[in-house]
Design a protein around this ligand. Sequence first.
Ligand SMILES: [Zn+2]
Length: 553
Amino acid sequence: MSLLKRLLAWFQPDTSRPLTQAWLAALWMGLLANWPLWQQLHGMADVRPFFILAFAGMVTAATGALLSLLAWPRFIKGLLVVLLLSAGALAHFIGSYGIVFDPTMVTNMVQTDVRETRDLLSWRLLVSIALLGALPAWWLLRRPTAPRQALPKRLGGNVVAFGLGLLAMVLLALSVFADLSSTMRNYKTIRYMVTPLNAVYSIGSAALRRQAAPSGPPAVIGADARLLPRADGTKPPLLLLVVGETARSMNFSLNGYARTTNPELSKLPVVSLRQVTSCGTATAASLPCMFSPLGREAFGDVKGTQENLLDVLQRAGLAVLWLDNQSGCKGLCDRVPNSSTTKLPEGAAPLPAGLCDGEECFDEALLHELDKRIAALDPARVKRGLVLVMHQMGSHGPAYFKRSPPDLKPFQPECKSNALQQCPREQVVNGYDNTLVTTDRLLARSIAWLQAQQAFDVGMLYVSDHGESLGENGLYLHGMPYAMAPAEQTHVPMVLWVPEGGGLAASLKPGCLQGLRDKPASHDNLFHTAMGWVGARSDIYKAEWDLLAGCRR
Ligand SMILES: [Zn+2]
């Protein structure tokens, strides 16, 4: 009789107990909130259904084990509510865009702004949060509070539940060990798809990284920065550095893409480098690394603790100006003059109608009153030379259709939704290619503006921060961990414009720049190429990383 009672009690657990709540939530999240993971595994030809079952059990057991340690009254409910709501949101993003949730993604989220976040909001997201998160959270909040229990007893119960969960996970892992190791090896991103463990791990790891970063001003680099003496009669350099956004190399017609995405640039004497790799797969990772002298491999260890290219150019005596049309410069422009299209300087004329909608501007707003901006800089510095950085909104997704003006949408029809998976793939690509045509016009108009700057020896270097996935292998957007990222996300366009007849062109061997087209290059080259371009030198300048060095006479 008592056995039967016990069995019944097991099937009707006391849901006021923190441990029971923890395990019910683990079961819900492990099995249901991970639907994108089960769906993806199910679609893989070499994955057995039994493995998916065992893996689902492992995920549930691991989640339950961890939550057991945290199953304390007055604490567990709040924690579970947060986890459930997060799991609902994560299920949407992983299911809709194939993103993975790793520590870099957390950094991106922290550094992003309202405009970018709004692009990601949708009804589907709300439904996912409501069904997978709010519904069980509501049920949970209505459970009564458990009667008080002596501390040792509760602690003992939690530790036992943790041990049992761990044991279950290990046994399940052993039962499918061969499948598990091959699946983990072949599909490395799966580990970042396990909700909510991915969020707990990634947020914890990003927070630790932040803690570990030293506070205070960044370390000085290039303390000996100086300008090479300029020959009499030559003009000071004006380098326009355009930092692109989410443009991928393979969709530039300059690089062989079949569609005309570079109608303007293709008429100009530009050199497009076709073998350029990015430093990261997201803005927050790429930008600081691009402006560092260290290069991708060495940069990983020092992240954000050092000054950057702009500090060194300014120290050398040049004028530097950062113009932003995105979510900011990630700290790069903190010590140099900067402004943003959404926050015009005092006394600036309002932007022409159609360029901005009050919240967001097309990239051409970057060209607005440029002469006036330059006139406001320190004239003594400007006389020595100027480096102007434009940070584009470019092809930022998923709302590509918002990034090209109505008169610049040659590829039709385009996807008008930010739920990219709901659109036919051609429409996603159309919307994306229209953003590249928009960037093409921005660059052509920038070159036209540069040609009018008679006082300077002008030139332009454009490079994107990372690429983009447009549905290849079910992946959308960007931000994959670098080691597993597809070429679509890491191969970026880079375009040089060095006008004939200018001082820089005269210092280079004729025709040499064209030879760079198929030479492998990367973001590692940016710092040193920019230094060499404007005649700045320092002990940290490496001629072998300067793309132009090999072409100098
Ligand atoms: Zn970016």
